[in-house]
Design a binder for this molecule. Structure first.
Ligand code: NAD
Ligand code: MG
Length: 382
């Protein structure tokens, strides 16, 4: 029995993770459930999964809710409660599925306590990948990818030795605007950006997929997770989202991982690693034909990708600044304050203005995260 702390349990990944846990035939148990303010859903999840801890980081929202929790289930509020719970001996794996930089500290504390982290929160590695992976190595803590591309690479890497890897190729669906007339992109609405062709995800990552900033963040995530220089990371557009990524070996052999687009598979793989078992994820239908298309990305149409490779190359403070600028710009777009086509130029401008440091401390990265958000706010109100 593996005891899982599900951080971000009310979100898209969190809800899928609870389905995986429910279908695990007792192999997995949810011992902690955490979210920000979705108190109603959190309380329902607690009734069903009977965890030891329920955490609502938004203390005000928690105070407004009339909690009906199972006996022996403790309610904790505030962000520090996450850091406390992930360190408890009753927790074996922390599923880090909070969205954005808010997921950094709980991931950090989990690794510091030597826990295995199933990482969906890519922003943690984008912000502080070097420091986070160093901490994991020092504490002997495993970071297992949940992001479908990184799970695919991780699975395909088991076909050869690490030193035999020539490059990895991350696939990208291209999002809803892959073939959209470029001159109309400036006027796309929030609803159009939120209509992803293949994946149903939270709003932030869905907008990131539409700008392809998601793939930029994933290049940086892969750079740190697999300790690969950016020259060994490629991106291919693959609109069907069936081939989740590939590893090319020195002999020219390319190993890919395939499955229908369903996050329950990479979540289950991370939670049960190194074992596999039948579960609730969708399966391939091999009774019908399939057409899979691949093409290189158009960097003029999707300038976010350029930023991603630049930040992966530069390292240091760039990931934290890019990530924060993007989070703030996406929030501005979702609030109707920023045009879709201004998201990436906003990030570029904030990145160009910042004082680069090659080896920043975690505190410095957090400071820059705040600074970059304020810069975007200034840009939005201009
Ligand atoms: P979501 O918006 O659906 O859910 C976010 C969750 O985080 C919610 O439970 C919310 O309550 C919680 N949360 C937000 N702010 C918080 C805070 N300050 N403190 C505590 N909890 C907080 O997002 P999602 O789509 O599930 O994505 C979660 C993470 O997984 C993101 O980092 C995303 O990039 C990554 N990811 C998601 C998918 C996907 O298919 N949805 C795929 C790959 C990676
Ligand atoms: Mg992904």
């Amino acid at each position: 029995m593996t005891r899982v702390a599900v951080l971000g349990s009310t979100g898209s990944i969190g809800r899928s993770a609870l389905e995986v846990i429910a279908a695990s035939a007792g192999r997995l148990e949810a011992v902690a459930l955490a979210a920000r303010a979705s108190t109603e859903l959190l309380a329902q999840q607690a009734q069903r999964f009977q965890p030891h801890w329920v955490i609502a980081t938004d203390a005000e929202a928690a105070a407004d809710h009339d909690w009906q929790l199972p006996t022996r289930c403790e309610l904790l509020t505030g962000a520090e409660a996450l850091d406390h719970v992930v360190r408890q001996p009753e927790v074996d794996i922390v599923l880090s599925a909070i969205v954005g930089s808010a997921g950094l500290w709980s991931t950090w504390h989990a690794l510091d306590a030597g826990k295995t982290v199933a990482l969906a929160n890519k922003e943690t590695l984008v912000m502080a990948g070097q420091l986070v992976m160093e901490l994991a190595r020092q504490r002997g803590a495993a970071v297992l990818p949940v992001d479908s591309e990184h799970s695919a690479v991780f699975q395909a890497m088991q076909a050869g030795r690490r030193a035999e890897v020539q490059r990895i190729i991350l696939t990208a669906s291209g999002g809803p605007f892959l073939r959209y007339p470029a001159d109309r992109l400036a006027n796309v609405t929030v609803n159009e950006a939120l209509a992803h062709p293949n994946w149903s995800m939270g709003p932030k990552i869905t907008v990131d997929s539409a700008t392809m900033m998601n793939k930029a963040l994933e290049v940086i995530e892969a750079r740190w997770l697999f300790d690969l220089p950016p020259e060994q990371i490629g991106v291919m557009i693959h609109p069907q989202s069936v081939v989740h990524s590939m590893v090319e070996y020195v002999d020219g052999s390319v190993v890919a991982q395939l499955s229908p687009p369903d996050m329950k598979l990479p979540i289950q793989y991370a939670l049960l690693y190194p074992e596999r078992q039948s579960g609730v994820a969708a399966r391939m239908d091999w009774t019908r034909g399939h057409d899979w298309h691949f093409e290189p990305p158009d960097l003029d149409r999707f300038p976010a990708l350029k930023l991603g490779f630049e930040a992966a190359r530069a390292g240091g403070t760039t990931g934290a600044v890019l990530n924060a600028a993007n989070e703030a710009a996406v929030a501005g777009f979702l609030a109707g304050e920023l045009k879709f086509t201004d998201i990436v130029p906003t990030c570029r401008s904030v990145l160009d203005q910042h004082d680069f440091e090659p080896r920043p401390s975690l505190d410095r990265l957090i400071e820059l995260d705040r600074w970059a958000r304020l810069e975007v706010e200034r840009w939005v109100t201009l």
